[in-house]
Design a protein around this ligand. Structure first.
Ligand code: MG
Length: 241
């Protein structure tokens, strides 16, 4: 799982650096497939429940599950990139939201808050804590800053399958739910909206958008519960060092 995580982190880094205005979102999908394969792994989203691409690309008011296609990225857009890879039978899954060139202060604050919510969730992921402690940490971080957390989509256990038990909502009550134990592998993934938390599914039957059209951001890491702080398997260079 460490190797799968490293592949995902490396490729998300490459995509974040290559992404620029004027690019079609499907170009990112091609790069993702090439780089995952070059690193000896296999993209895991393609064909998952019929998803047609290797990478999810969700722009601005798109929350998750955007299908990379002909859309052209513009300066000021925020782009969520979600990637899964399988290496020797084990899964890695992570997401980042990056700006195209300079983004508005409002968008920048949303992106920072969403990444902060993920960090708060990771900090709560300790042995002896409850699953609800993670959910509550994410929710409190985002809502205390005036944002909402998406409720219809959740984080998840991960291992040989991309989506395993338990579901990990981005909202909930501290002190509730299953006990966290050393060795559990979890994908935490806050989706945070500027406006209301409600979402809708677009005409392609995949893309999830905010119901009110407000901006949304998404960060995800695959982590493992250890004796102390959780180990982040999809840590990017220089982050969570
Ligand atoms: Mg995931």
């Amino acid at each position: 799982m460490r190797q799968a995580g490293r592949v995902v982190a490396t490729v998300l880094d490459i995509l974040s650096r290559r992404l620029k205005a004027g690019m079609k979102t499907k170009e990112l999908d091609i790069i993702a497939a090439e780089e995952v394969t070059r690193l000896g792994a296999k993209p895991s989203f393609k064909g998952y429940r019929g998803f047609p691409a290797n990478l999810c690309v969700s722009v601005n008011d798109e929350v998750v599950h955007g299908i990379p296609a002909e859309r052209i990225l513009r300066r000021g857009d925020i782009v969520s990139l979600d990637l899964g890879a399988i290496f020797k039978g084990f899964q890695g899954d992570a997401a980042v939201t990056v700006g195209v060139g300079e983004i508005s202060p409002k968008a920048g604050e949303l992106v920072q808050t969403t990444e902060g919510a993920l960090e708060a969730g990771i900090a709560a992921a300790r042995p002896g804590a409850r699953l609800g402690d993670i959910s509550a940490a994410i929710q409190n971080y985002a809502e205390s800053r005036g944002y909402s957390v998406v409720r219809e989509y959740t984080g998840h256990g991960i291992g040989r399958q991309m989506h395993e038990e338990p579901q990990i909502p981005n909202f909930g009550l501290a002190g509730t739910g299953p006990m966290l134990e050393k060795g559990m592998a979890l994908a935490l993934e806050p989706m945070v909206n500027v406006g209301d938390w409600h979402t809708r599914v677009g005409g392609d039957q995949w893309t999830v958008l905010t119901a009110d059209g407000s901006l949304s951001a998404h960060f995800e890491h695959t982590i493992v519960i250890t004796d102390g702080e959780a180990e982040v398997l999809t840590a990017r260079e220089g982050v969570y060092a």
